[in-house]
Design a protein around this ligand. Structure first.
Ligand SMILES: CC(C)(COP(=O)(O)OP(=O)(O)OC[C@H]1O[C@@H](n2cnc3c(N)ncnc32)[C@H](O)[C@@H]1OP(=O)(O)O)[C@@H](O)C(=O)NCCC(=O)NCCS
Length: 161
């Protein structure tokens, strides 16, 4: 259950909330436990594939990457991820997002992978660009975060022809 501690600490950190606005506040241990249970259920229902990002040297959890809102009809999914605050800036999100795109296109036979990031979240936008997603537009004041309305960019990548 050390992983639950990592998830709780990441979820409670202001820098994570800055990028993912809908996290419960305060983010407590039971939120992390429920998050893991919810992802298992969604996986069984084929709604989502959430994978742990772990270090090769010792298997420790450094983040998570997910293809959610899996649509069998349109063969489309939404890409998301987070990296634990102390582990950022080492290319882990880029590697995980790129690998997840490969899984999505090759294994899940998706046609389209989409993602959104706040305009202010330059690191996440960079990750998506490096994973091969292309900008499709800017949505003004799409998300409410506390008292602020935030602009979001949407990016997508299509399956190789
Ligand atoms: C966004 C996040 C996943 C990035 O994880 P990471 O492992 O640090 O990302 P990587 O190291 O793979 O790549 C980060 C890239 O962004 C760049 N970057 C980082 N901070 C930046 C900034 N303030 N402005 C511009 N670019 C920035 C890095 O230089 C790097 O690009 P480069 O390789 O071209 O130099 C991480 O910061 C995080 O978990 N944030 C909180 C949760 C979140 O925002 N999730 C995404 C929601 S859309």
């Amino acid at each position: 259950m050390g992983d639950v501690g990592t998830i709780r600490r990441a979820g409670a950190h202001p820098s994570t909330r800055w990028g993912i606005h809908f996290l419960p506040r305060p983010y407590l241990r039971h939120h992390a436990v429920e998050f893991v249970k919810r992802k298992r259920i969604q996986f069984r229902k084929r709604e989502s594939l959430a994978l742990a990002i772990t270090l090769g040297k010792d298997g420790s959890l450094v983040g998570m990457v997910e293809l959610s809102q899996l649509s069998p009809t349109d063969r489309r999914a939404e890409l998301g991820y987070w990296i634990a605050p102390g582990q950022r800036g080492q290319g882990y999100a880029t590697e995980a997002a790129s690998a997840m795109c490969d899984v999505g296109f090759r294994t899940l036979r998706l046609h389209r992978i989409e993602a959104g990031a706040f305009v202010r979240n330059r690191a996440s936008i960079r990750v998506l660009e490096k994973a091969g997603l292309r900008h499709e537009g800017r949505f003004r004041e799409r998300v409410r975060s506390g008292r602020n309305w935030l602009d979001q960019v949407r990016l997508a990548r299509l399956a190789p022809k």
